[in-house]
Design a protein around this ligand. Structure first.
Ligand SMILES: [Fe+2]
Length: 342
């Protein structure tokens, strides 16, 4: 593996396990500024709520961040959960929640945390699925990105970015910074505005977070200059109400996730949405009939068409294994040991 993740391990990590306590581990203060879709020049009805993004706000205490780091910076997690980003600009650690990182999982899925994120986003949200809870992105050294791309016959290396320009796979993301960003140059998120221009949004400080309706906004994460550690933790959220459209694409995710587990979780939650919708529709359908009202044929047909589309998307996103490429890195524990020693 040519790519060298930048990681400064804690010399005296906290002893685990630790239980998540919202009174002790949440440090929430509201974002200084919230931007709506209309504020960034997008049509008002873009996405599933008027919210676009917000300035960084404190979410977790320093102690909570130290516990989360201790949970994921272990040989066992790196051995089982390490994937290389497609553009070689970093490594992903995924699929560790809740198996290896219970504190992190509980912190990101706690009702108090969900309430905070939902209030900011202007819509009641739940985590998409466990696979998308606490996904870690560790930026790599710019030199190793260049080397990796040259070794793969690509001369167009772009070390100034952690991700390419993209739309997220799910409606909302909450990004929490796990690195100390004091004095950091770079490391922002760039978002494309409605008029095509680009605005850089300052990234969060350690323990702080930002929320983005990233399925509908073109954006990219920029690298920190000078080989600084830049580790972010991304959790994806979807609407709690099953009747709201769940816009999703698994395209890149399949490269950086254990496929059978991803498809199990994806299939399960998409069917859960369908189950919730059918239950609600039947209640309304029967209630109307019991009240002596005639059938609303166009409402029923509209509902059926929405479910056909939902099942079509679910089916199209699940590919057979021969069509998939994995970014899984074997021997990740060895890579982790070499970082600790260097
Ligand atoms: Fe993103």
């Amino acid at each position: 593996m040519l790519v060298k993740p930048i990681l400064k391990p804690d010399p005296s990590p906290p002893a685990l396990p630790v239980g998540f306590d919202p009174e002790k581990h949440l440090a929430y203060q509201p974002p200084p500024k919230v931007l709506k879709m209309a504020d960034i020049g997008y049509p008002k009805d873009t996405g599933i709520s008027p919210f676009a993004t917000c300035e960084a706000f404190p979410l977790f205490t320093q102690e909570a961040i130290r516990i989360m780091r201790a949970e994921v910076f272990t040989e066992e997690v790196w051995d089982n959960c390490l994937y290389l980003a497609a553009n070689a600009s970093g490594c992903h650690i995924r699929g560790h929640c809740p198996k290896y990182a219970k504190f992190m999982h509980d912190a990101l899925t706690h009702p108090r945390t969900l309430k905070i994120i939902s209030e900011i986003a202007g819509i009641d949200l739940v985590p998409v699925m466990d696979s998308e809870v606490g996904s870690i992105l560790v930026a790599s050294s710019p030199e190793s990105v260049v080397q990796h791309r040259l070794a793969n016959g690509k001369g167009d290396s772009a070390p100034g970015q952690v991700t390419n320009w993209h739309y997220d796979h799910y409606s909302f993301v909450c990004v929490v910074m796990l690195s100390d960003t004091t004095g950091m140059v770079g490391g922002e998120t760039a978002i494309q505005l409605g008029n095509g221009s680009v605005q850089r949004v300052r990234g969060p400080d350690v323990g702080s977070a930002t929320v983005l309706q990233g399925r509908f906004i073109n954006h990219q994460a920029l690298a920190a200059q000078g080989g600084r550690e830049r580790i972010s933790m991304v959790t994806s959220y979807r609407p709690r109400d099953p009747m709201v459209n769940d816009d999703v694409s698994l395209k890149y995710i399949t490269r950086i996730t254990d496929i059978p587990e991803l498809y199990y979780q994806f299939g399960d939650y998409r069917l859960e949405i369908l189950e919730g919708r059918i239950r609600q529709m039947r209640k309304a359908f029967r209630g109307r009939h019991d009240a002596g009202k005639s059938l609303d044929i166009s409402a029923l047909k509209g509902f059926l068409e929405q479910q056909i589309k939902h099942l079509e998307v679910t089916n199209e996103e699940i590919l057979t294994l021969d069509k998939l490429k994995t970014g899984k890195q074997y021997g990740g524990g060895e890579i982790f040991r070499s970082i600790i020693k260097s």
